[in-house]
Design a protein around this ligand. Sequence first.
Ligand SMILES: Cc1cc2nc3c(=O)[nH]c(=O)nc-3n(C[C@H](O)[C@H](O)[C@H](O)COP(=O)(O)OP(=O)(O)OC[C@H]3O[C@@H](n4cnc5c(N)ncnc54)[C@H](O)[C@@H]3O)c2cc1C
Length: 418
Amino acid sequence: MWWYGPRILRTALPSVIHHSLFTIKMSSLETKRTDLIVVGGGALGAFHAYFALSRGLSVLLLEKDVRPSEATVRNFGQIIPSGMSEDEWFAYGRVSQETYRAIQAECDISVRSNGSTYLASTDSEMRLLEEKHARYRELDYESTLLTRAECRRRVPALRPDYCVGGLLFPQEVTAEPDRLIHRLLDYLVERWGLDYRPLTPVKACTANGSSCEVVDAFGRVYRSAKVIVCSGRDFKFLYPDLFYGSDLQVCKLQMLATYPMPGVHLPGSILTGLSIRRYYAFRSCPSYARLDPDEVSPGLRQWGIHLLFKQALDGSIILGDSHEYADANRAEDLDFGVDDHVNELILGEAKRILDLPDWRIQRAWNGYYAQSKSREIFERTIDDRIHIVTGIGGKGMTTACGFAKQNIEKLLGVALGG
Ligand SMILES: Cc1cc2nc3c(=O)[nH]c(=O)nc-3n(C[C@H](O)[C@H](O)[C@H](O)COP(=O)(O)OP(=O)(O)OC[C@H]3O[C@@H](n4cnc5c(N)ncnc54)[C@H](O)[C@@H]3O)c2cc1C
């Protein structure tokens, strides 16, 4: 017998959750067989669902939490193909950018065309921006070099003594991570007929002959022709042996948000000298090897800190981040707190870059993503029908969509045009 919750709680919940929590009868077998079950409602899972749906497949998406609340909602929302290495990930970033725009044209998923600005703090960093600008011209990817004065016109809060020049990507977009995935899932339900079940922790997937069987923690059983598992950094429920035996790691990032500052205008994504040093995009530049690592303080290096900024819709400024790593089977070593020392390092560097009227911090939080030591995305196939995809690392908001498009094409054998 399924539990029908109190009316007051039922009316307060969104309809999809309501459906899952209160109105699904606890039959042990969900009889309808779908073409595809996707496990995990983060960026990777949602975009795999989108491309399968857009080719006419029936899709059931199972998410363990009441709403997705992992990396996909804890990030900056910077969609920056310009920061990707010059391989398929740059191409995935470009496809993602166009797809975000196309979906935004149909439904407000919080995507804004407000550009990305890289700020160089030294002549050597500026040289990398110039080299990358030349390279992007060859790749037909728009960018504009900015003088120091032009950087200050674009970012009035920029401290004059920080910046020697910049590089602007006017076509790049941002999103609001606390809205994007929820609106995207609503859109997939309403526009594409996605069967979305939050509060459905999957505990087992098996393939039998021509079919897959998925069992959730309530004992409900679902059947489909294929399963794609996009479970992020969660390595305990499904396939722990596989994950623990791999080179997957969990990365912890600390993030901060100021109080709203309506008088300050920070356009799009702001990336700084430390990002130029960190991002793979710049490693192919001829002058990369000439960067002097000692120009970065040991504290910033120890915690993998680089400075990114983005203004949220309420006017607060999101800044971060740091990077700490633990093996997949030791993730709890990272899990516990927000380290004030790390926050102070982040804030110290931030104050060198921007001159804000109010540096009080309204919120601090940790985000976690999975990433393999080789930096390859983690992909495994079990019995030809169950495909595991995780470990997209720190670039999933930029690339998960483009990756998912080609992966659906590869796994399900449907050519995706457009
Ligand atoms: C602080 C931070 C800042 C970042 N900033 C950026 C940025 O600006 N730009 C950028 O491109 N990328 C950024 N990233 C990276 C990006 O957020 C991630 O790459 C991306 O969100 C990963 O998506 P995912 O779907 O693989 O994982 P997740 O978002 O972790 O989603 C996995 C989902 O699977 C669900 N799940 C797990 N196990 C089960 C199960 N057994 N049953 C059912 N459901 C399950 C989880 O609840 C979760 O909702 C950032 C990441 C962090 C942490």
